[in-house]
Write a protein that binds this ligand. Structure first.
Ligand code: ADP
Ligand code: MG
Length: 637
């Protein structure tokens, strides 16, 4: 080995730059953060060739005084920190004084800037970190940075860049996150001469969400708002039926800073327990605000990870905020009769961050024979799935859920009405933390039983219950709703396994892993009324719950085994939930069956009271159709 020597400052700079400037997206992020720290109300990002040859960030912020322009590009030069104590409560996005130096070290930079008071602005060019002279220049107030030929002097790094499209997509994703993090700033993105994003900058998160994530996703969002003494959580979270195929649509911000947080993601997902489909992930845009000193933002080179002083509190704050937003929601997906153009997410998050699978959702099912005549019902919705029992071809256009109906109020609870869903605490984290957030506004509970304001109009196709309430007609999937009622009841009261001993044991042949999974959970199966024994390669079932038809025993056990294998086997609580799901389904009235009017009424009551919204797999239990929609079809309006 050769001697140990301190690196030449130029080499040291290039190495340091590698930590901050990984790709064009990181340049965009740092420059946009500087713009926001400078108090800008508009920020424009423009790129060509994925941002590698050209990347411009222009703002109307406070500008940099000509006399300090060169200093800004020195390492550890910052106007945002003075002493070590300032590190304890960082209120700006930047604080290390590294970004400009790092970017300039590996590119050709031109700056044009003017402060509010100055009659003239200043310009400066740098190449590979070497600055030219500061010159006077006429320009509007604010700062424009142009970064060309990124990594021109570090070919090793250049080699690792992806195709222009992928780098450009990553820049776009960064711009989108900045736009969502600061709705008071109007953010514009131009790629190869085309404007791809413009947020209004009106301070409303909703406007930013609409502009960034598009109408389709925004319609599936419900507002989240809870304020506690220590922290507040606001923003939007998707309805269970509008969950996505990946976590790419989860956006978390802490004090205005975009963060990746496994903790917050876990709290979010916990709030959807037993509401969403397996393999689906909630989407969200959630802002957590707390004391600056309660978060350490100085733990990650790109500042995208933070450390919370009190993780438990953060978990509860997010969990309860989302949970109560979902519980407060009484809406059902709405059905409309007229053919509508397919909704396309505008400016869906860029490819690099959001793979095609999550953006390509809005195509109507091809096989649905859609006849474009008045009065013919059309379907399209990526989240709604037809019932499992040999469904009729989907003929409803189910659009995303509509806003909360103000007229919906809780129906009285009568002895035969199902128990309300288990309390929030049921699904809470192992050791429920003290409630850190106060919900607002609280809906007062009705004191006296009220007459229901809806009427059961009938049942069609032995599957859908029709209910009328005011000007709205509801179609309830009786199986899905009943399954949910069973699930909630079983979860609250435990499953009572009315079991039958079989005269001759049912013999099931399952795959070896399936058989092993079931045998490993034999005690749990017994709780649910199944007694199984190993019989060589087979499984002998000596006892099974009444809810399962004898001929269905093998397929039911196979289903349970599959669930245990894919999700539930390691975690006992999850395993129990999986069995509850299966048994809730088996015990439910089925589509296609004849059901007594009393039972239909009971199901309708549970749905109309708002207690039952999604089947345990996240499918909606009801859709709604308005008088207006009908009248449109009959040309009455
Ligand atoms: P940091 O943001 O951590 O302070 P930077 O290297 O990103 O470090 O920027 C150095 C300094 O340059 C900042 O502290 C700020 O004073 C100034 N600066 C950078 N960009 C801008 C801008 N767009 N508008 C005004 N001042 C800026
Ligand atoms: Mg900075």
């Amino acid at each position: 080995m050769s001697d140990i020597r301190v690196l030449d400052p130029h080499v040291a700079d290039l190495i340091a730059a590698g930590e901050v400037v990984e790709r064009p997206a990181s340049v965009a992020k740092e420059l946009m953060e500087n713009a926001i720290d400078a108090g800008a109300s508009t920020v424009t990002v423009e790129i060509a060739r994925g941002g590698l040859t050209f990347l411009r960030v222009a703002d109307d912020g406070c500008g940099i005084p000509a006399g300090q322009l060169k200093t800004a590009f020195l390492r550890h030069a910052t106007s945002k920190l003075r002493t070590e104590h300032d590190l304890e409560a960082i209120g700006t996005l930047g604080f290390r004084g590294e970004a400009l130096a790092a970017i300039a070290a590996v590119s050709r930079v031109e700056v044009l800037t003017r402060t509010a008071g100055a009659p003239l602005g200043a310009s400066l060019s740098l190449e590979g970190g070497v600055a030219g002279a500061v010159e006077e220049a006429g320009c509007p107030q604010g700062t424009t940075m142009v970064v060309r030929d990124l990594f021109f002097n570090t070919p090793a790094r250049l080699k690792f860049m992806k195709k222009d499209a992928a780098e450009g997509a990553a820049v776009f994703a960064t711009v989108q996150r900045v736009a969502l993090s600061h709705p008071e700033v109007s953010v514009k993105f131009i790629r190869d001469g085309r404007q791809e994003l413009l947020t209004p900058g009106d301070g409303q998160l909703q406007s930013a969400v609409y502009a960034v994530l598009g109408r389709e996703l925004a319609l599936g969002f419900r507002p989240v708002r809870s304020t506690g003494e220590e922290m507040s959580v606001t923003g939007f979270a998707s309805l269970p039926a509008c969950c996505r195929g990946s976590r790419n649509w989860q956006f978390f911000f802490v004090n205005g800073r975009q963060v990746k947080s496994k903790l917050m993601a876990a709290a979010l997902e916990e709030a959807y327990q037993n509401q969403k489909m397996v393999g689906k992930f909630p989407a969200c845009v959630l802002h957590l605000e707390t004391r600056l000193s309660a978060v350490d933002v100085n733990v990650h080179p790109a500042k995208t990870e933070v450390k919370f002083g009190n993780e438990r509190q953060v978990f509860s704050a997010v969990y309860y905020a989302v949970k109560s937003a979902l519980e407060g929601d009484r809406s059902h997906p709405s059905a409309t009769l007229a053919p509508q153009p397919a909704v396309r997410p505008q400016g869906a998050p860029a490819q690099a961050e959001a793979p095609a699978a999550v953006r390509a959702t809005p195509q109507p099912p091809r096989r649905a024979p859609v006849v474009s005549a008045p009065g013919v019902l059309h379907v399209h919705d990526n989240t709604y799935q037809p019932p499992r029992q040999s469904p009729p071809p989907p003929q409803w256009r189910v659009s995303a859920p509509s806003p909360v109906r103000p007229e919906a109020r809780p129906a009285p609870r009568t002895p035969e009405s199902p128990r309300p869903a288990p309390a929030v605490e049921e699904a809470a984290p192992q050791e429920p933390a003290p409630r850190a957030v106060r919900q607002e506004p609280e809906e007062p509970a009705p004191l006296l039983p009220q007459e229901p304001d809806w009427r059961l109009a009938g049942e069609v196709l032995h599957t859908y219950i029709i209910v009328e309430q005011g000007d709205t007609i509801f179609f309830i999937d009786k199986h899905a709703a009943h399954e949910r009622m069973n699930f909630d009841r079983m979860k609250a009261e435990g499953y009572d396994p009315m079991a039958q001993t079989l005269l001759t044991p049912a013999v099931c042949r399952l795959s070896a892993p399936e058989q092993a999974a079931l045998l490993a959970h034999r005690a749990l199966l017994e709780e649910f009324g199944f007694e199984v024994d190993e019989l060589g390669q087979d499984l002998a079932v000596r006892q099974a719950p009444f809810d399962v038809e004898v001929e269905d025993i093998p397929s039911t056990l196979e289903e349970i085994a599959q669930k245990l294998l894919t999700s539930g086997s390691a975690d006992p609580a999850a395993a129990r939930d999986e069995l509850l799901h299966t048994m809730a389904c088996k015990a439910a009235i089925k589509g296609g069956w004849r059901t007594s009017p009393q039972e239909l009424e009971q199901v309708a009551r549970a749905v109309m009271s708002g207690q039952v919204k999604y089947c345990p797999h996240g499918r909606p239990v009801a859709i709604q159709l308005t008088r207006k929609e009908l009248e449109k079809q009959f040309k009455r309006t």
